[in-house]
Design a protein around this ligand. Structure first.
Ligand code: ME8
Length: 659
């Protein structure tokens, strides 16, 4: 039976404003998941969103929308980001998913019945207008961090989890399983900062914040943070239901990958909850470091404009591609430690490793086979000169990378692959194929050299599959080799003589760092100015000035010329050969319409199906890229050009008029 591998990322707060720091955890997990899958293991890779809590409740109230209406577009954005970065998760769990909520309720019930959850009073600093409790450390100058008003010491009835009881068991867990928490330094932090002093019980319910899971045994109370969030790792597997085949197969998790600031919850609170439930604890928690900008943690507030650096993953992928961003995140930051992010470091990595080392090796190999052998792979020859060294490095590569990945050392795994790439480039210099090509007596040797290079390229491309998802596929295709090849294909000498070798355009064009830095600077300035403008309130109507921002004022009769209706997208597909267009079939009342919209960069065809949209139904029909469009779907656009579908806030049947 295949070995199983269950890997998770933390579930993300749906805060929007995503930056490359957010991508770090998930890209590493993706590389690990892909690597284990290629080893033939049965992998389950989980990620998702952590959606409950006071912050979401408040933000939604501020905007006069339901928490769900506030969160949904943010979750869609996050999913888009994972798509952009080729994240191969098996499930995207949301803590608002029905099965998760039911599971959390069962967990609370069990812990309550076993006496691990009990009722007591929570005492804290309370801000009455904000209806929020704050801890001492959250206060700003002793006042409410949200509104700046005075806070008072108040008590609230709450349920508590008996965390204190589990301190000795957790210390023993660390002692008996040195692998449980990595890197080692995190164990010392946990022991010295928390466990030694003894643990205090954890407040796990609130009556004031209602955007949470209602407790089954006391309906006034709603879940408060960590039990809800941490349980996602087992609720996703059907824990406690009749449908628990995934739980039985995949639990305990092989790896919970988390940022260092949440190690405490994963390495202390989570095992305690599992112990209380009588379930096995995860095999390993890894607390990775942070991406820093100017020495501080890259975070939502400390971003782009302030730092003068581009940190928006959408824009970074648009400029440099998925693989470049993945490569930087996986290679640049020493694993387990913090690492500084600058655009310059990113560009240097792209140029030095991807454009120069990998890109050159691939294009030189392809070009020489095209020029000398008409694009057909020559035959392998006897091993001569530096051949043996190159072949030995190729043959030893898998074992090295496997050991690195086993130790979760992703940067070293990549360094090992790039060592072979450098060796192959050096091999070109040593064997000088351009000189061999001039001497007809050396034709066989030239063929053998190019064969060895093609094999080195192929082996590196197979090894790079978990890391560089797009480039590895393009390289393998150019060698007429299976782009989904597994590690079983790594034997040197696998390619057959005569295989067509295609010349492809450079996969990583070299970037002019100075020029690009200047362009990014300009882009950031413009974007900042746009955001500022968008944040400015429009002119008040009372002074008689039009409210519009540039377009001429219109009368109600002008507006009445528009026919707007609610429609439901019943089918959707991409318009072939178009990057931007989706072709929707929209049901309006009992009629179907064909509509083409320029939103393929913002929504996938699958996502569109089932969406309730607003359609301009009296637009003159046109053909876009050869496809008939009988209307227009309305979208809202933010300052960054992100689109969001306009949708009726309550359930209105399709066909309903929009006025
Ligand atoms: O913590 N560098 O969610 P989150 C590296 N919902 N990693 C970073 C980073 C940076 N600058 N900024 C953020 C939560 N991250 C909880 C988890 S799990 C049961 C609940 C990483 O959205 C961070 O370390 O604040 C974490 O791993 C992930 O982004 C999500 O953080």
């Amino acid at each position: 039976m295949a070995k199983k591998y269950y890997i998770t990322t933390p579930i993300y707060y749906p805060s929007g404003n995503w930056h490359i720091g957010h991508c770090y955890t998930t890209v590493i997990c993706d590389a690990l998941a892909r690597f284990h899958k290629m080893k033939g293991e049965e992998v389950y890779f989980l990620t998702g969103t952590d959606e409950h809590g006071q912050k979401v409740e408040k933000e939604a109230a501020k905007r006069n929308v339901t928490p769900m209406a506030f969160i949904d577009p943010l979750v869609a954005q996050l999913k888009d980001m994972w798509k952009l970065l080729d994240i191969s998760y098996d499930r995207f769990i949301r803590t608002t998913d029905e099965d998760h909520v039911a599971c959390v309720q069962r967990i609370y019930q069990r812990l309550y019945e076993s006496g691990d959850i009990y009722k007591a009073e929570y005492e804290g600093r309370y801000c009455t207008p904000c209806e929020a409790f704050w801890t001492e450390s959250q206060l700003k100058d002793g006042k409410c961090p949200d509104c700046g008003r005075e806070v008072t010491l108040q008590k609230e009835e709450s349920y508590f989890f008996r965390l204190s009881k589990y301190a000795p068991a957790i210390l023993k867990l660390y002692e008996d399983n040195p692998e449980f928490l990595q890197p080692k330094s995190r164990v010392n932090e946990m022991v010295n900062n928390f466990l030694k002093a003894g643990l205090t019980d954890l407040c796990v319910s609130r009556t004031t914040v209602k955007w949470g899971v209602q407790l089954p045994f006391d309906k006034k109370h709603y879940s408060y943070v960590w039990i809800d969030a941490l349980s996602n790792y087992i609720s996703a597997l059907g824990y406690g239901t009749e449908n628990d085949a995934l739980f039985r197969k995949f639990w305990p998790a092989d790896l919970h990958m988390v940022g260092k600031e949440i190690v405490r919850f994963h390495a202390i609170v989570w095992p305690a909850i599992l112990m209380a439930l009588g379930e096995p604890v995860p095999r390993q928690i890894y607390g990775h470091g942070w991406l820093l900008i100017g020495g501080d943690k890259l975070s939502k507030s400390k971003q782009e404009a302030a730092a003068g650096e581009l940190t928006d993953p959408y824009e970074l992928v648009k400029r440099y591609g998925t693989d470049a961003l993945r490569y930087f995140l996986l290679r640049e930051i020493p694993f387990g430690s913090d690492g500084e992010y600058t655009g310059e470091r990113l560009l240097n990595r792209i140029n030095a490793d991807l454009a120069n080392d990998l890109g050159n090796l691939v294009s030189r190999t392809q070009a020489m086979i095209a020029q000398n052998f008409g694009g057909k792979l020559p035959a392998r020859g006897p091993v001569e000169g530096p051949d043996g060294d190159l072949i030995a490095m190729c043959e030893a590569l898998f074992e090295k990378v496997d050991a690195d990945m086993g130790a979760l050392n992703v940067p070293d795994a990549l360094a090992d692959i790039f060592a072979v790439i450098s060796r192959a480039n050096k091999y070109i210099d040593e064997t000088a194929p351009w000189i061999l090509a001039k001497d007809p007596a050396q034709r066989e040797r030239l063929g053998a050299v190019l064969y060895n290079l093609a094999e080195a390229v192929r082996i590196c491309a197979v090894m790079l599959r978990p890391f560089l998802t797009k480039a590895s596929a393009a390289i393998l295709r150019s060698l007429s080799f299976d782009e989904n090849a597994g590690f079983e294909t790594l034997r040197f000498g696998t390619l057959a003589a005569g295989t067509p070798i295609e010349r492809i355009p450079p996969i990583f064009p070299r970037i002019d760092v100075k020029k690009e830095r200047a362009e990014v600077e300009k882009f950031l300035k413009e974007r900042h100015a746009q955001t500022e403008k968008a944040a400015k309130p429009s002119a008040p109507a009372s002074d008689g000035a039009p409210m519009s921002e540039g377009k001429p004022e219109i009368s109600i009769d002008d507006f009445a010329k528009l026919e707007l209706r609610v429609g439901e997208v019943v089918a959707c597909e991409r318009v072939p050969n178009s990057k931007k267009l989706l072709h929707e079939t929209v049901k309006i009342g009992d009629k179907l319409r064909s509509v083409v919209s320029g939103i393929a960069e913002h929504y996938t065809a699958e996502e569109m199906v089932g969406k309730r949209v607003v359609v301009v139904t009296n637009l003159k029909p046109v053909k876009l890229c050869g496809v008939l469009s009988e209307g227009m779907i309305l979208c809202a656009e933010d300052a960054q050009g992100n689109l969001s579908l306009v949708s009726p806030e309550r359930a209105i049947a399709s066909g309903g008029a929009v006025r």
